[in-house]
Ligand binder design. Structure first.
Ligand SMILES: *[C@@H]1O[C@H](CO)[C@@H](O)[C@H](O)[C@H]1NC(C)=O
Ligand SMILES: *[C@@H]1O[C@H](CO)[C@@H](O)[C@H](O)[C@H]1NC(C)=O
Ligand SMILES: *[C@@H]1O[C@H](CO)[C@@H](O)[C@H](O)[C@H]1NC(C)=O
Ligand SMILES: *[C@@H]1O[C@H](CO)[C@@H](O)[C@H](O)[C@H]1NC(C)=O
Ligand SMILES: *[C@@H]1O[C@H](CO)[C@@H](O)[C@H](O)[C@H]1NC(C)=O
Ligand SMILES: *[C@@H]1O[C@H](CO)[C@@H](O)[C@H](O)[C@H]1NC(C)=O
Length: 444
């Protein structure tokens, strides 16, 4: 499909990419090593084979390794595939094929039809590259004042400036006016920082702490077409429930179930339509997932709260964090029995620190983990005897760990963060009548 902007050449300058494999590099990376990065030698291409649908080449380190944040990988392979006329796939990986790539069981690769370099609206220009073992860096040149959208969560206008906040979704749309919009997706699940800046020319720069460079370029040219082409790569989004678009209320720091009910009642009293009430980790016993704290969020009152919400066509969501408190309770013990947790080399469960203090982390690739996790959810949220939720808020699932590397004393770090917790006082009921709730309306 050769359309209006056949001459739009995507110059993707592979500037500096580095990947490193030694745990000690994590500490070193707290500080910059820009001086050494600037000495990285780049790669030479050889054995270049061109076909009608792309090319392949071997890349060899072009000089002395810079080892800026880890070890330079000396032998790489480059694969360029014109997968469709609108989609170009470019992958640079270690020739030995040892570095982690997102497995097909997690991310199904898109099917390809017959694109060809002659027809494609995207032309790939390979320029310069450096690649190490636990750090990748790659910079691409952009026009001045680029109109970029996507990437990390940020709370300023949609158009990207330079602010990274929290989550990241490594795809961006680049609007180029009359030259149309294209999209760039990096299939890499490692932690990353993406910098957009204008120093010696406008650029976008990827910094990841591992993985390979696995890019999908979507030609557009309308933004909606980029979105369609992107969905061919990553799949379609799940349908949102209709109620998901309503007004939701969510706050950390609810003292007890009475306060939650009172917030709901106050929305009614104020004439503000409320669709969904949420509860943060406040409802848990010492922030342990799959528990309630009986003195402040007793199960029978949680059930009454939810049934009252449901009887009024409202919905209810609670938080569950993947990190499991390292404590003697079923939520943890069942995970140990199922061999579901990440471990250290000697076989003991890896300990980190999250909201409940010392925690274990489910290993989502271990065979017993899905059964363990489903079992916990099924029994805790069973409608008849548990909490009949309408949705879950899965927080801290990056996975987050407050325990600073190398985390030799998680108990001490948890204590320094305020573990054990001092929960708020226990009340016997609400201070005032809570309209449209029954049993828990116990003024005292
Ligand atoms: C910077 O790179 C040099 C050269 O490989 C290495 O010796 C040094 O440890 C690195 N420093 C940091 C802070 O990463
Ligand atoms: C690719 O092209 C070949 C030869 O023209 C054709 O036989 C085949 O069906 C095409 N495949 C797809 C997926 O379009
Ligand atoms: C981008 O951020 C910089 C620094 O915060 C600010 O000075 C500038 O005005 C911002 N530009 C846009 C287009 O928002
Ligand atoms: C479109 O592309 C041409 C050729 O690269 C360039 O000269 C022109 O500035 C571009 N226009 C816009 C609006 O980006
Ligand atoms: C509900 O409204 C009452 C009356 O305005 C107020 O005193 C109370 O603090 C509100 N409760 C909550 C939980 O916000
Ligand atoms: C295993 O390693 C962990 C952390 O490195 C350590 O705390 C624990 O004592 C070790 N266990 C055994 C049985 O050696």
């Amino acid at each position: 499909m050769v359309t209006t902007f056949f001459n739009r050449v995507l110059c993707f300058s592979l500037a500096v990419a580095t990947v490193s494999a030694f745990p000690t590099a994590l500490e070193e990376r707290q500080s910059s090593n820009a001086t050494f990065l600037s000495t990285c030698p780049g790669y030479k291409a050889s054995n270049v084979k061109t076909t009608s649908t792309g090319l392949s080449a071997d890349l060899t380190l072009a000089g002395t390794a810079c080892n800026a944040y880890s070890s330079d990988i000396s032998d790489l392979t480059l694969t360029v595939e014109y997968q469709t006329d609108e989609r170009l796939h470019v992958k640079i990986q270690d020739a030995a094929n040892q570095i982690y790539q997102v497995p097909p069981s997690v991310f199904t690769r898109p099917s390809t039809s017959n694109g060809s370099s002659g027809n494609s609206e995207l032309q790939f220009n390979y320029i310069f590259l450096v690649f190490e073992s636990q750090y990748l860096r790659l910079r691409t040149k952009l026009p001045e004042n680029p109109s970029l959208y996507g990437l990390g969560e940020h709370n300023d206008p949609f158009m990207l400036n330079s602010t990274n906040l929290y989550g990241d979704h490594p795809v961006y749309f680049d609007h180029r006016g009359a030259n149309g919009t294209h999209g760039v997706f990096l299939l890499n699940s490692n932690g990353m920082n993406i910098v957009i800046d204008n120093i010696d020319g406008q650029y976008l720069e990827y910094n990841t702490i591992g993985g390979v460079l696995d890019f999908y370029f979507m030609a557009g040219s309308l933004p909606v077409e980029v979105a369609q082409q992107y969905s061919e790569v990553v799949g379609k989004s799940a349908m949102m429930p209709y109620w998901g678009f309503g007004f939701h209320q969510c706050r950390y720091g609810m003292q007890d179930v009475y306060e939650v009910a009172e917030v709901v009642a106050n929305y009614s009293a104020a004439g503000i339509p409320l669709e969904t009430m949420w509860t943060d980790i406040d409802y848990m016993y010492l922030r342990r997932i799959f528990t309630v704290v009986p003195a402040r969020f007793p199960l029978h009152l949680m059930q009454e709260l939810v049934s009252t919400l449901h009887s009024r066509q409202l919905h209810y969501i609670v938080m569950v964090d993947p990190a499991v408190a390292y404590q003697n309770y079923p939520g943890f013990n069942d995970g140990v029995s199922a061999d579901a947790f990440l471990k250290v080399a000697n076989g003991s469960v890896y300990k980190g620190v999250v909201w409940p203090g010392v925690t274990a982390f489910p290993d989502w690739f271990a065979p017993g983990t899905q059964g363990y996790w489903n079992g916990q959810l099924d029994s805790f949220f069973i409608a008849q005897t548990g909490i009949d939720i309408d949705g879950l808020w899965i927080d801290m699932n990056e996975a987050s760990n407050f325990c600073v590397y190398p985390c030799t004393d998680p108990e001490q770090q948890a204590a320094a963060m305020g573990d054990p917790l001092h929960p708020p006082p226990i009340r016997l009921g609400s201070l005032r009548q809570i309209a449209r709730f029954q049993r828990q309306v116990t003024a005292y």
